[in-house]
Structures are given as C-alpha cells and as structure tokens.
Design a protein around this ligand. Sequence first.
Ligand code: PBG
Length: 332
Amino acid sequence: MPNLSQSFPTTRLRRVRRTPWSRALVAETRIAPQDFIWALIIRDGDNLREPVPSMPGVERLSVDQAVAAAREARSLGLPALALFPYTSAKDRSADAALAFDPDNLMCRAARAIKDAVPEIGLMADVALDPYTDHGHDGFLEGGEIVNDRTVEALVRQSIVEAKAGFDIIAPSDMMDGRVGPIRKGLDREGFAHVQIMSYAAKYASCFYGPYRDAIGSSGVLKGDKRTYQMDPANADEALREVAMDIAEGADSVMVKPAGAYLDIIARVKDAFRMPTFAFQVSGEYAMIMAAAQNGWIDGDRAIIESLTAIRRAGADGVITYFGAKAARLLGA
Ligand code: PBG
C-alpha cells in the first residue's frame, strides 16, 4: 500500500466524491452493455410471450419472439444471448432423448436467430435437466446420478447444439471430466472454432428455484443436486474445479451464482487470469424484482449496483436476465 502517510485533514477522501464529474473520473469499475450475456427462456409455439410468475418481467419466448429479442440485443450492443428451453413434462424422459434431437427447440431457436442476426453470439446450456423426467442434469441409475455415461451424452448434446449454430457450449451439469471429451467431440466434428465456457464453480444453490419454474423442472425434480453441484461452504474446492476445467480445454470459466459468491469470483480471477464470467441467476433476479415491486428497494439502482459489484469482484462479463433492461439503464 503506497501513501500510508496520508492523514486528515490534509487528505479528505470526500473531496473527489463531491461532484458527478469527479466521481465519474475516479470510478474504478465501469459496466457497459458489452459486459452482458442476456439470458432468455424459450418455449414452443408461435408469437407467444408467457410470463414466468416467479421472475416478474421475464417471459418464455417462442422462437419468433426470441428472434425479436436477438434484434433488440443487437441494437442495444449486447454481444451474446444464452438460451434455456422450457420443456413440458410430457416431452421429458429418463433417457433425455429430446436433448439429442437436431430439431429440438434449442436447435430451432439457434438456427432462426443465426439466420436473422448472425452477428450475435449464442450460448447453449449443456446439461440434461430440461429433458429428464426427474429434472436432474445427468442420468439416474439406482438412485445415483451417474457420471461417465452422462458425460458421453453431454458430448452428443454439445455436437447437436454446435451443428445448430451455437457459438459457445456451456456445460452446466457439474459432472467430472466433461470438458475434455466435449472439446474432443467438437474438434472431431469440425467445430474447433466453437468455444467452451464451463460452469466451473457451480454451487448447489436455492437461488436456482425460479429458473426451475421457468424451464418446467420444479414439478418434476426429485431430491436435490448436492451430489454434483458444490457445497456453498467451500471455496478452495472451487479453485480445483476451475483448474481441472482449464486443463481440459475450457476457453472461459464461470462462477454461479454471482451475488453471494463474489469472493469466489475474485479468487478465481486472481488465481487463473482467465476470461471469467459470473451468472446472476434467477433467484438473484427474483429477489431484486420482488423487493422493487414492493417499493422496498429502487429496482433500477439495484440492477446497476449488483452488476457493478459482480464486475468489481473480477468478472469479465455477467450472464443476466436483466440484459436488455440493464443496457437501457446504461443509456443504450
Ligand atoms: C441446469 C441449470 C441451472 C441453471 C442453469 N443451468 C439450474 C440447476 O442447476 O438446477 C440456473 C440458472 C438460473 O437459476 O438462472 N443445468
């Protein structure tokens, strides 16, 4: 620490805070639309926007509406979208067959968006939970989520998504050793240019609740995900998770959730100096919106403050449901 000798009254830290122009000059963290990956929930149908009750302001979008959102994202300067599919109970199965169908909702959406707005980046979640009848991210055998058979399925799912036009494959399943096989599979199929953003440090969090409503998993999910997602009590373990995913070929890494895990974001960025992302998840969104709707906090300020804090902690970018809204608040 330089300047240990600074002392009052010669030094007055309030001096630079007096005026907006001065605060702008000394701001250490800036956020801009380019920092956000806008998370969208998609669904089957035509010209549909279906509200998600636990996420006020978020709607499940049919493919045509997702294309409209992509155009909006482009005009706001948002670089990329992350898509998550709603799947009804009747389309789910133990073998998650729909995950490997090149005409599934995710693939149709990717083709339509890439057709209309080719310059926007598209990120695909890789995990089986939108497609399994038990809502888990992997296959369930004898009461266990099995690792290695799930990894083979994730490779197939990734290839199907890359073929549909996704630019970033983002495994969110937390199986061990999936990044390496996904990389090999993508390379073998001619997708050496497709990136992998691993959900490297993903915690078993209550803050995913509204997301599970949004994708239709809440009603079907049996038990919890603590045998594969991380214990919120752990931090050193997050560094091991991240190290392994980097060694296996991840291009960028993610910490999830974001707001309650700022220490993890900071440590990961510090330790690895990798492109580091954080996911401001559905429950973080819902908390801000619920309090704002009650008049208990200023929602707009909470959006900007929470995103600024995530960037300040060390995230290069944030996956957020506030994407378009935040961009507009920033003057886009
Ligand atoms: C599942 C997945 C989850 C999220 C993204 N991918 C939830 C979970 O693990 O149950 C959470 C996103 C959010 O809460 O916004 N593979």
